[in-house]
Design a protein around this ligand. Structure first.
Ligand code: TYD
Length: 206
């Protein structure tokens, strides 16, 4: 049986990570790989209900409550969707994961990063992605792409989103082997080619 892989896609809202994830899935399937797509928040089932609260709830939400909801969804995604698929030799592509919580709740909301790392570790039971792409984009361009219809997180303001971006870049500096930063202002095709290059290198060294 082939060895499974867990790959995560990260970056600001509007950075194009979902498009790139879908393009990569197509590429891998065309190369006879067994691929599974999931996302956080909201893989499927219970996760979808948590996503609905996180993105659309209108009342006040405490920063720690917000973190716990993302973490609860993460535990569900890892246990019910990611781990079973990886152990069957699948390549699992996940739209957002642990680094989103460090970037958004840590750098963005200002919660203690050490504590978030510990909570992430509990939510994932210690599992880390084999590879992570960060699609880096300036806040002005990303907000233009998101447009006027913003959800609760997207409405958090320019300073918040600048801190999120800095958070991702800092994480990539700390873990250069796992986290690869790509310029999200390039064309879809250029970015896709770069993603494929990195994936093929990873598959070669499995
Ligand atoms: P996303 O699925 O990328 O939104 P969309 O499909 O609408 O583009 O992400 C949902 C939002 O949740 C996004 O603004 C980032 C935020 N988020 C956090 O703040 N912390 C987290 O741990 C995760 C997973 C997401």
């Amino acid at each position: 049986m082939e060895k499974g892989l867990f790959i995560t896609f990260e970056g600001a809202d509007g950075c194009g990570k979902t498009t790139q994830m879908e393009l990569l899935a197509e590429y891998l399937k065309n190369n006879e790989k067994d691929v599974l797509l999931t996302r956080e928040p909201g893989g499927k089932g219970l996760g979808e209900k948590v996503r609905e609260i996180l993105l659309n709830y209108n009342g006040p939400v405490s920063d720690r409550c917000e973190s716990f909801l993302f973490l609860a969804d993460r535990a569900q995604n890892i246990d019910i969707i990611v781990n079973p698929a990886v152990s069957q030799g699948k390549i699992v592509l996940c739209d957002r994961h642990i680094d989103s919580t460090v970037a958004y709740q840590g750098y963005g909301r200002g919660l203690d990063i050490e504590r978030i790392n510990k909570l992430n570790d509990i939510a994932t039971n210690g599992k880390k992605p084999d590879l992570t792409f960060v699609f880096d984009i300036d806040v002005e361009t990303s907000m233009k792409r998101v447009g006027k219809e913003k959800d609760r997180m997207e409405s958090a303001g320019i300073d918040f989103h600048n801190r999120v971006r800095e958070g991702y870049l800092e994480l990539a500096k700390q873990e250069p082997k796992r986290i690869k930063v790509l310029d999200a202002t390039k064309s879809i095709e250029d970015i896709h080619n770069k993603v494929i290059e990195i994936i093929n290198e990873k598959l070669k060294n499995l």
